[in-house]
Write a protein that binds this ligand. Structure first.
Ligand SMILES: C[S@@+](CC[C@H](N)C(=O)[O-])C[C@H]1O[C@@H](n2cnc3c(N)ncnc32)[C@H](O)[C@@H]1O
Length: 396
């Protein structure tokens, strides 16, 4: 972990964690609270808050061993400062004195000396705490594993049922890793080879994907906004698996393609990149806000052959009538519970429920059914989700 570069990173991280507690959103709060920071400080605050959210259950479990009054009864600033300290001590290379002192100073600024003293005293006891040994004492398998990897027990139970215990533990480990950064080359503006050379010549450590020429991996911690080619729209930040959905659709220049659930445009712009912006794409999304993001991403990447339609095709009879049996290819990139991208969005550990999975399943079925009516005979319909749940990935 890089050194603190001067801003009051812990104060901000604690405020982000407080806001996260209220609505279980993370990215929005990180953006809001860090917009005035330098890229490096922003990355550090993001890492502190995302890391704390990632390991929330284990941190709370550990802290509960030292507190007379439960964490819930503590003031939010105190609760989140303690979590933040535990995260730094257990999972980062930040020296213990810095992790504790900087955070205690933040509490002093936010709440005053008395509470800072309490946080300081509790933190000292955390420094040599062996959380693994404590977790080992939990007798129930699911509780133990869910605590160790910091997931909800019901999630671990259902994955173990689908995938078996061994695979589930591997899955939990991998969902806890920090996701690598991939750039998908925007072929409308540059070739993979050219972008690779530009990045390398500007000192960015970059690596080709082993089998997807369009993807470049950026190594080390960088700020995306300062990467060469960012402003020019030479690339789009996208995971290889997300790009593969567009690739597997096998879009051709002459085709009429429907992209359902298109915003913010990772796959729309990938389809355009793959077809030299020659396939005609109708991009549909139900969210006005996200549709604006899609439009701005298309503008930035030089994607022009797209019509944007703000609608829900499962209720919009007029749209279905107009485009009945019209499309050569349809991509339904459905809203889902997104458990497969927890690595990138650790807040996803704490905002899911069985009800949400069932709700998504209903929405997905409705979208699939409507999309099918719009497909030309012999056309291709591709359904994709970023969820690990069987109910969502294996529609019958
Ligand atoms: C997984 S995200 C799409 C990601 C996007 N395809 C990409 O690659 O960047 C799912 C999208 O479906 C949209 N959505 C949700 N319900 C919808 C519906 N009933 N009709 C159309 N879009 C919907 C959401 O607003 C969201 O933007």
């Amino acid at each position: 972990m890089k050194k603190l570069t001067g801003w009051k990173s812990r104060d901000i991280a604690i405020k982000i964690l407080n806001a996260f507690e209220r609505d279980k959103r993370l990215r929005e709060h990180v953006e809001r609270f860090t917009s005035h920071l330098s890229p490096l400080d922003r990355a550090f605050v993001r890492e502190l808050s995302a890391g704390t959210v990632r390991y929330l259950r284990l941190l709370d479990f550990s802290l509960s061993k030292f507190l007379k009054k439960s964490l819930k009864e503590q003031k939010p600033y105190v609760r989140n400062a303690l979590r933040l300290i535990a995260y730094q001590l257990f999972f980062t290379g930040v020296p213990a004195y810095a992790a504790v002192n900087e955070t205690v100073e933040a509490v002093k600024r936010l709440l005053g000396r008395k509470f800072a003293g309490f946080v300081n005293a509790t933190s000292k006891r955390l420094i040599n705490f062996d959380y693994r040994r404590e977790v080992e004492r939990i007798s129930d398998y699911f509780e133990r594993v869910a605590t160790l990897y910091s997931f909800e027990t019901w999630m671990v139970r259902r994955w173990a049922k689908f995938y078996g215990r061994k695979e589930t533990e591997e899955l939990l480990r991998s969902l806890n890793k920090v996701a690598p950064l991939y750039l998908r080359v925007n072929r409308l503006k540059i070739t993979p080879g050219e972008l690779f050379s530009i990045l390398e010549s500007r000192g960015v450590e970059v690596e080709k994907h082993p089998f997807i020429p369009d993807m470049l991996r950026v190594k080390g911690r960088v700020s995306i906004e300062t990467l060469p080619g960012y402003r020019e729209g030479y690339f789009y930040i996208q995971d290889p698996a997300s790009f593969l959905a567009a690739y597997l659709l096998d879009p051709k220049p002459s085709e009429l393609i429907l992209d359902v659930g298109a915003a913010p445009g990772g796959k729309t712009t990938a389809i355009s990149s793959l077809t030299g912006d020659r396939a005609k794409i109708i991009a549909v999304d139900v969210s006005r806000e996200r549709m604006e993001l899609l439009k701005s991403n298309c503008r930035k990447l030089g994607v022009s052959n797209v019509s944007f339609v703000l609608t829900d095709i499962s209720v919009d009879g007029k749209f279905r009538e107009k485009f009945k049996s019209s499309f050569d290819k349809i991509l339904v990139d459905a809203p889902c519970s997104a458990t497969g991208v927890i690595r990138r969005h650790p807040e996803g550990k704490w905002n899911k429920s069985i009800e949400l999975i069932r709700h998504n399943q209903r929405v997905q079925r409705a979208l699939l059914k409507s999309a099918y009516e719009l497909l030309k005979p012999g056309g291709v319909l591709l359904f994709s989700v970023c969820s690990l749940e069987r109910e969502e990935g294996m529609q019958k």
